[in-house]
Design a protein around this ligand. Structure first.
Ligand code: FES
Length: 921
């Protein structure tokens, strides 16, 4: 519809002439997406910081969000939709797809457009030119390396070698992502990309204060001024429980704050109405009276005597504690070598490129449907039902594609607000968070204050470890209990340590809730244990890698929780795989430093290890999978595991193909629809490959066994589907299965159903933290090579070598992608990322690694099979990130002799530490 002030512009889009009427200041992104339906152009920040909306304007890359409509007259615009010709992918698109360069895919259109303009002007670019050309587009998933490879391969018209299509070997193949085409041609629908045409819009009004009471005045004048405002929702509109939270007994975060806001960014009101109207209303026009209250901004203040309670339902500002105690910690002395220290880390923002978005609508049967980006559709269903006061069966959640999560989309954001609005108004309602809103309001990585001490015999045997940590969990519980529980189990590192005292506390403050972020506190704890292990090694006169190898957990060892490790403990293999690189890189760095003594650039090489329990800590976390066979030989895999870009859809399809012994091309897949698929749990805790993978294998094997039984043949037979007929082939014998003679047992002509369920065995931890918290663990070691400018304090990471025990690499391309992406986030954690409420709430001030910050990465995949895992596999999502930051810190020590204790290691902090050590600071 043409609004007052609109004017018409004629230009060309993807070679076609168009005329559009819009306001002159309207962003080109809005014109492309909302008026021309070209949703391949994504919006990540509306500020020119992320580059997701990169398009070509007269052949040059621009951020479409910064181009006003008034400037497009007579010009040519090319979007990702213009890269394909006659429905066939362009060479860049194909190369991205083949190289696994699109994970969540939200940055992919922007990357493709930046790369296409490079190849237009430089057909055979160098790697440096690729880094230059793509430097304006941020990717939070991939670590950029596969993107660079894809661009270089496209330039050379190189295709990845095809692997033999042997259905017996689906596990271990570099299968292209099954959901990858839509990511490279722009057709994949994310949270902001789809909604009913008649949907109203919702805008959340948020607290500008860290702690304040408020009262709402008369809304009638506002409604009179703005007829397009349909409803102002407050806490009193919530028909069910005005609260959500991860733990069933802790629903402490309100959907809308009931008169008191406990952090800056908390949702206070929701405006529902016509889009133009709710965007027009400023917060100053709202009749809200604020009364400021003192805010507690750090755990030390929250734990001080007489500190005011932050959450009125809690008697203390300590949300929860976790502990592990075993043996008797030696006091020190007695010939023992000791190292100790204190470390500080900050809030880390997930910075997924897709802000939270989605829609909700009433559907038939007095039900509600929610379509939004999420990592946890089943929890969304239950939370929405609880908020609306209805049975979970009356809620359907159909997730959109998810443009990155990393733990940040495990908590509720738009889901309960949209459901509430659609329920109350009785109409579809949609919402897209603005970037600043997303960063201010949603969960973060817990800032940590950690103290630790480690002891070893002079021969290098670790004998004791002590850890004490406070983790700032913000205003609401979120995943605080998980962090407090997981950290003490992991805080001594993947080593045999007979005597341990470890405690972690999650502490409330008046800050943004800290929740899940790739590792649940383990990355913070790894900073401490890997620094101490490094120190002990050097004091024992041992090589840091050999010291770690001497103490590495092995099969048959007991962990500090008393768990005996029965299988798949690949840390020693990781360290041994790294040894040749370690020796070469260390000696190269030392040679460089000797020849550059007294000069500003010094080189260093560090190493760090990690372990990580796959799945929930000491809690049931089952997954259920189902596969059906119809009378016309359609195989349909109902897969409830939400793919957030990590590739679970592809991995699980490969596992299903392997279990059935049937080409993946014959398997249709229905992914994550709470009405159709079964509960596969959350996409978190590195559990989907391990837990849902095992459930998938069991479901596939169940269906295969039923088919083989019908043919009355043994396990070695193979299956074939042709012309809607299923045949079992047993040696020279062919057994057609008369599926149309079988009784239909489900809708859609289903005649056979295979089911699988897996809940990894664990036990609760007792009061000393003793028990079996996880069924299996991932192990890894990484080497970081850095160059430090000791005058400026700048650190450049030159190379990372990563060895990860993944049990079995179901799809090596996807595993490498997870490792490279995790390393990029580890670099950000170590070197640049620091979320400060009110100050770094955008992607301009909050820095994440760009393509130029991620060095060459070498991945060494170690496969020490896990007997419980699907074909030996276990998780990789979180392990990838954990060793990177401590390896960088140990490399900086190797270069400078300075142990850095506060993250991120910004140049001024590095410089101060060097000066302090020299005694001239
Ligand atoms: Fe780049 Fe997800 S693939 S942001």
């Amino acid at each position: 519809m043409r609004a007052t002030g609109d004017f018409t512009r004629s230009f060309a889009v993807n070679g076609e002439p168009v005329s559009v009427a819009a306001a002159p200041e309207e962003r080109l992104t809005t014109v492309l997406r909302d008026r021309l339906g070209l949703i391949g152009t994504k919006v990540g920040c509306d500020a020119g910081d992320c580059g997701a909306c990169t398009v070509l304007l007269d052949g040059a890359q621009v951020c479409a969000c910064l181009v006003p409509f008034a400037q497009v007259e007579g010009r040519t615009v090319t979007t990702v939709e213009g890269l394909a010709r006659d429905g066939r992918l362009g060479r860049l698109q194909r190369s991205f797809h083949e190289h696994g360069a699109a994970q969540c895919g939200i940055c992919t259109p922007g990357m493709l457009m930046a790369a296409s303009t490079l190849l237009d002007r430089e057909p055979m670019p160098s790697e440096e030119q690729v880094l230059d050309a793509l430097g304006g587009v941020l990717c939070r998933c991939t670590g950029y390396r596969k993107i660079v490879q894809a661009v270089l391969a496209a330039a050379e018209s190189r295709h990845r070698a095809l692997e033999p299509s042997d259905c017996a070997t689906y596990v271990g193949r570099r299968l292209d992502g099954v959901d990858g085409i839509g990511k490279v041609n722009g057709e994949t629908r994310y949270g902001a990309d789809t909604a009913p045409a008649d949907a109203l819009w919702l805008r959340v009004v948020r607290s500008p204060h860290a702690h304040a009471c408020f009262v709402l005045g008369d809304l009638a004048p506002l409604h009179a001024r703005y007829p397009g405002l349909r409803r102002v929702l407050t806490a009193t509109d919530v028909p069910g429980v005005n609260g959500f939270g991860i733990y069933p007994t802790v629903k402490d975060q309100p959907v809308l704050a009931p008169g008191v806001a406990r952090y800056r960014g908390e949702a206070v009101l929701a405006l529902v109405g016509e889009r133009e109207t709710i965007e027009q209303i400023t917060d100053d026009e709202l009749p809200i009276e604020w009364e400021l209250r003192p805010a507690v901004s750090d755990p030390a203040s929250a734990l001080a005597p007489n500190a005011p309670p932050i959450n009125p339902d809690q008697t203390s500002n300590v949300l929860t504690r976790g502990c592990v105690r075993c043996g008797e910690l030696p006091a020190g002395g007695d010939g023992l070598i000791e190292a100790h220290g204190e470390w500080t880390t900050t809030f880390i923002e997930h910075a997924y490129i897709e802000p939270e978005a989605g829609y909700a609508r009433p559907i038939e049967g007095d039900r509600i449907e929610v379509v939004a980006c999420t990592q946890t559709p089943y929890m969304d269903r239950d939370e929405v039902a609880n908020v609306l006061g209805i049975a979970p069966e009356r809620v359907r959640v159909r997730p959109s594609a998810c443009g990155g999560g990393f733990g940040g989309k495990l908590d509720q954001s738009v889901q309960p607000l949209l459901a509430l609005a659609a329920w109350v108004v009785g109409a579809p309602v949609r919402c897209v968070y603005r970037r600043v809103e997303s960063m201010a309001a949603t969960t973060k990585r817990h800032p940590a204050q950690m103290r630790a001490r480690a002891l070893a015999h002079r021969d290098g045997t670790l004998v004791g470890f002590e850890f004490d940590g406070d983790f700032d969990t913000g205003a609401y519980a979120s995943w605080g209990p998980t962090v407090a529980g997981r950290v003490p189990v992991h805080c001594m590192g993947p080593y045999r340590v007979p005597n341990v005292r470890a405690e972690a506390r999650a502490v409330f403050t008046h800050r943004a809730p800290a929740g899940a972020f790739r590792g649940f506190g383990v990355p913070q704890a790894a900073i401490a244990h890997e620094s101490l292990v490094d120190e002990l090694a050097l004091r024992c006169g041992r090589d840091p890698l050999e010291f770690r190898l001497q103490n590495a957990l092995r099969v048959g060892d007991r962990t500090a929780t008393g768990q005996r490790l029965e299988a798949s403990v690949g840390l020693s293999a990781c360290l041994e795989a790294l040894r040749p690189r370690w020796r070469t890189l260390r000696s190269e760095a030392e040679r460089f430093n000797r020849s550059h003594e007294g000069r500003p650039i010094q080189r260093g090489v560090g190493i760090a290890c990690m372990w990580y329990g796959c799945g929930n800590t000491s809690m049931s976390n089952p997954s259920s999978m189902r596969v059906t066979l119809t009378r016309d030989a359609r195989v349909v895999f109902y897969n409830g595991a939400q793919d957030i870009g990590q590739g679970s859809s592809t991995i699980l399809l490969q596992i299903m193909a392997q279990a059935l012994g049937l080409s993946h091309e014959w398997i249709e897949m229905v992914v994550s629809d709470t009405d159709l698929t079964e509960d596969a749990g959350k996409s978190s805790a590195s559990r989907q490959t391990f837990v849902s993978g095992r459930a998938t294998q069991l479901a596939g094997e169940d269906l295969r066994a039923q088919i083989l039984k019908l043919a009355n043949v043994g396990e070695g037979a193979s299956l074939e589907i042709a012309s809607h007929r299923l045949t079992v082939i047993d040696g020279a014998m062919r057994h057609p299965i008369a599926l149309d003679q079988l009784p239909v047992i489900e809708g859609e002509d289903v005649v056979l159903v295979g089911r699988g369920q897996f809940d990894p065995p664990s036990t609760p931890l007792d009061e000393n933290g003793q028990g079996i918290p996880y069924a299996t663990y991932g192990f890894a070691a990484q080497i970081a090579s850095v160059a430090v400018d000791v005058e400026l304090g700048t650190v450049k990471v030159d190379r990372i070598v990563a060895a990860h025990d993944v049990g079995a690499a179901v799809n090596p391309t996807l595993v490498e992608g997870q490792i490279e992406g995790g390393i990029a986030q580890g670099i950000g954690f170590a070197m640049m990322e620091e979320f400060i409420p009110g100050r770094t709430e955008n992607l301009h001030d909050y820095l994440i690694p760009t393509i130029g910050d991620v060095p060459e990465i070498e991945c060494l995949l170690i496969e020490d099979p896990e007997p419980l895992g699907p074909y030996g596999a276990k998780g990789i999502g979180e392990p990838a990130l954990i060793p990177t930051a401590p390896a960088i810190l140990n490399a900086v020590y190797h270069a400078t002799g300075v142990r850095l204790r506060r993250l991120p290691i910004l140049p001024h902090r590095v410089r101060e530490a060097i000066e302090a050590q020299r005694g001239d600071g």
